[in-house]
Design a protein around this ligand. Structure first.
Ligand SMILES: *[C@@H]1O[C@H](CO)[C@@H](O)[C@H](O)[C@H]1NC(C)=O
Ligand SMILES: *[C@@H]1O[C@H](CO)[C@@H](O)[C@H](O)[C@H]1NC(C)=O
Ligand SMILES: *[C@@H]1O[C@H](CO)[C@@H](O)[C@H](O)[C@H]1NC(C)=O
Ligand SMILES: CC(=O)N[C@H]1CO[C@H](CO)[C@@H](O)[C@@H]1O
Length: 557
C-alpha cells in the first residue's frame, strides 16, 4: 500500500489532537450547570411551604442591607487580619473584628488559587475548573448567572475600582469603573493609589448601591519579596486606613429610616510562605472574611473565626439583598448574618437556598435521589410546611419556636450535605475519556515509532543513532530487520526486530505517563477537592503549586 507522506502526517496530527482533546476533557471536570438556560428569576422562586392552605407568598424576605461596600485585597491571608500581623498593622480593622458589630470567618478558597477563577467563584458561587487557570490571562465576559448581573438587573448601581480583570469579566455591569492593570508586578503603589484616589468623592455620593474595590498591591509585594517582607506592614497599614475611611463614612453614619449598610473585607486567595499562590497549601487557601454592619450584635471577644467556604458569600449576599441566588452556586448561606431576622424569615432564607441547591443537584447528578442531602431537604421542607400551618393559625407558644429551631437545624444539615455533594462532583475526573484519549495518543505514537524505525533502518541506516539520542541510549544497528543493541552505560539490551524496539520505546513512554498521571490524579482529587485533608497530603503538596502546569505540559509534549 502506498500512502502519501502528507496524508499520513495529517492523519497522525489529527489523531494526536483528538487524543489530547479527549484527555483534557476528562481531566478538567465538567462544570456543574443548571438545566435552565437563562438566569435565576425572582418569579421562579418556590412558594413558602404551608401545609393545607394555599400559600400566597413567593417573595424573598425584604433586604437586610441598604448599601454594600466590598473591599477585596488580593492575596490577603487570614493571619494578616486575625494573626499577630493583623494586631500590629491593621489595628482599626482588628478592633472591629474583636469588639465591633461584625462577624469574622476564615473563607476557604478552592484551588486553583489564582485571581480570575476566584473572582468567578465569588460572583457565581460555583467552583471554576482548572481550565480557568489557562484562561486566567485572557478573561472574557462572564455569561454565567452571577451576583453582579442579578444586582444590576434589579436596578442596583454598582461602582468598581481595582483590578481590571473585573472590568473584562463584567463589561456592562458598572455604573462607573476604573480598572488598574495587574501586569506590572513591580508596581505596588500606583495600583492601589489608583483605587484609593476615588474613595473620598465616591463615599460622599449617594448615587450608588454597591461599591467594589480590588486592591492589588499586597499581592504584588508577595510576588516581589514574600509574606515576611518589610513592605507588608506599611501596605497593611494603608489598607487599614482604607477600612477606617469607609467604616466611618458609610457604616457608622447612617441616615434615619434606611436599612443598615454592610462592609465586607475579603481576600481572593492567600499567599504561600514564598509569596506565590495557585496551589492548595493552607496559607494560600485561607482568606479572612469580615462582615461589618450595625445590623450585627456587638462582639464581646473575637473567639476563633468560623470556617466557611469562599463561595458561601454568594448566596449570603444575594439573600441579604433580596436577590435570587445564582443558578450554579454551590454555596450555602452563612446563618450568622440572618440571626436577627424573624424565625419565619430565617426558615424562608434556608428554604430558598435549599431549593436552589437541590435543583442544581437534580440537574447535575442522575443519582440525586440517593444523596442524603436531597432527602434531608425534602423532609425539612415538609416540616417547614407544618410549622407554617401552626404559624398561620396564630399559634405563638414556645412549642412553635422550638419546632422552628428543629427545622432550622434540619435545613442547615441538608444544605451542608447538598453543597458537599456538589463540590465533590466538581472534583470528579472522567476516567473513561482520559483513558480513550491516552490510548489514542499512545497507539498513534506506536505507529509513528514503528514506521520511523522501519524507515530509519531500511532507508537511512546512518540516521539510526539519532533515534537513540532522543532517549539518551546509544544504538548500534545490527542486521536491520534483525536486532538492535541498545547500550546505556554498562547496560546492554538486545532487541530483536523493529517491533520489539518500538514496543520498548512505547513502554518507556507509558511508564512516564502513568507515573505523571497517577501522581496528579491523586494529588488533585485528594487535595483540591476531596474532603479528606490528611496531614501527609498536606505536607506533600506544600511545594507542588506548579504541578498543574507541569501536568498540562506533560500532556502536550
Ligand atoms: C396570605 O394572605 C393573607 C391575607 O393577605 C394573610 O392573612 C395570610 O397570613 C397570608 N398567608 C401566608 C402564608 O403568608
Ligand atoms: C493609574 O491611573 C493613571 C491615570 O489614569 C494611568 O495612566 C495608569 O496607567 C494607572 N495605573 C495602573 C497601574 O493602572
Ligand atoms: C400551638 O401548637 C402546639 C402544638 O401543635 C399545641 O400543643 C398548642 O396547644 C398550640 N397553642 C395554641 C395557642 O394554639
Ligand atoms: C537477544 C536475542 O534474542 N538476539 C537474537 C536476535 O536475532 C539474531 C538473529 O536474527 C540472533 O543472532 C540474536 O541472538
Amino acid at each position: 500500500m502506498k500512502l502519501s507522506s502528507s496524508v499520513f502526517a495529517s492523519f497522525c496530527l489529527i489523531t494526536e489532537l483528538l487524543g489530547i482533546a479527549l484527555f483534557l476533557r476528562g481531566f478538567f471536570p465538567v462544570p456543574i450547570k443548571s438545566s435552565l438556560s437563562s438566569k435565576s428569576k425572582l418569579s421562579d422562586l418556590p412558594a413558602e411551604p404551608v401545609v393545607g392552605s394555599n400559600p400566597n407568598s413567593t417573595k424573598v424576605p425584604p433586604p437586610l442591607f441598604n448599601r454594600v461596600v466590598i473591599v477585596l485585597i488580593d492575596a490577603l491571608r487570614d493571619d494578616f487580619v486575625f494573626g499577630p500581623s493583623g494586631k500590629r498593622f491593621m489595628p482599626y480593622t482588628r478592633n472591629l473584628v474583636e469588639s465591633g458589630s461584625s462577624h469574622s470567618f476564615i473563607a476557604k478558597a478552592r484551588p486553583p488559587t489564582v485571581t480570575m477563577p476566584r473572582i468567578k467563584a465569588l460572583t457565581t458561587g460555583s467552583i471554576p475548573g482548572f481550565i480557568d487557570v489557562v484562561l486566567n490571562l485572557n478573561s472574557q465576559a462572564l455569561l454565567e448567572d452571577n451576583l453582579l448581573w442579578q444586582a444590576k438587573n434589579t436596578g442596583k448601581r454598582i461602582i468598581f475600582y481595582g483590578d481590571d480583570t473585573w472590568v473584562r469579566l463584567f463589561p456592562k455591569h458598572f455604573l462607573e469603573y476604573d480598572g488598574t492593570t495587574s501586569f506590572f508586578v513591580s508596581d505596588y503603589t500606583e495600583v492601589d493609589n489608583n483605587v484609593t484616589r476615588h474613595l473620598d468623592s465616591t463615599l460622599k455620593r449617594d448615587d450608588w448601591d454597591v461599591l467594589i474595590l480590588h486592591y492589588l498591591g499586597l499581592d504584588h509585594i508577595g510576588h516581589i519579596s514574600g509574606p515576611h517582607s518589610s513592605l507588608i506592614g506599611p501596605k497593611l497599614l494603608e489598607m487599614d486606613d482604607v477600612m477606617k475611611k469607609i467604616h466611618t463614612s458609610v457604616i457608622t453614619t447612617e441616615a434615619e429610616g434606611t436599612l443598615p449598610n454592610l462592609l465586607v473585607l475579603c481576600g481572593d486567595h492567600g499567599m504561600s510562605e514564598t509569596g506565590s499562590h495557585g496551589g492548595s497549601s493552607e496559607a494560600e487557601v485561607n482568606t479572612p472574611l469580615v462582615l461589618i454592619s450595625p445590623a450585627f450584635p456587638t462582639k464581646e471577644d473575637m473567639g476563633e473565626p468560623v470556617v466557611v467556604e469562599q463561595v458561601d458569600l454568594t448566596p449570603t449576599l444575594a439573600l441579604a439583598l433580596a436577590l435570587p441566588i445564582s443558578q450554579n452556586s454551590v454555596g450555602r448561606l452563612i446563618p450568622a448574618v440572618f440571626e436577627k431576622a424573624s424565625l419565619r424569615e430565617q426558615l424562608r432564607y434556608l428554604h430558598i437556598n435549599g431549593h436552589q441547591l437541590s435543583s442544581l443537584l437534580r440537574d447535575s447528578n442522575p443519582g440525586f435521589h440517593k444523596e442524603d442531602g436531597y432527602e434531608q431537604f425534602q423532609m425539612a421542607e415538609k416540616a417547614h410546611g407544618s410549622w407554617m400551618k401552626l404559624y398561620v393559625e396564630g399559634n405563638t407558644s414556645e412549642v412553635l419556636s422550638n419546632i422552628a429551631k428543629k427545622v432550622l437545624k434540619q435545613y442547615l444539615e441538608a444544605l451542608q450535605a447538598m453543597s458537599a455533594a456538589l463540590s465533590k462532583q466538581l472534583g470528579k475526573y472522567d476516567m473513561y475519556s482520559m483513558m480513550v484519549g491516552m490510548s489514542l495518543i499512545l497507539q498513534e505514537m506506536s505507529v509513528i515509532l514503528t514506521l520511523s524505525a522501519l524507515w530509519t533502518c531500511l532507508i537511512h541506516s546512518e540516521a539510526l543513532p539519532l533515534h537513540g539520542a532522543l532517549i539518551n541510549w546509544r544504538l548500534q544497528p545490527g542486521d536491520c530487520l534483525g536486532w538492535y543493541r541498545l547500550k546505556y552505560h554498562e547496560i546492554v539490551l538486545d532487541l530483536n526486530s523493529t517491533w520489539t524496539f518500538s514496543l520498548w520505546l512505547l513502554g518507556l513512554r507509558l511508564l512516564l505517563w502513568s507515573r505523571v498521571c497517577n501522581y496528579h490524579i491523586q494529588f488533585c482529587s485528594q487535595v483540591s477537592f476531596g474532603e479528606q485533608w490528611t496531614s501527609s497530603t498536606k505536607t506533600s503538596c506544600k511545594n507542588h503549586n506548579e504541578l498543574y502546569f507541569t501536568f498540562a505540559l506533560s500532556v502536550i509534549t
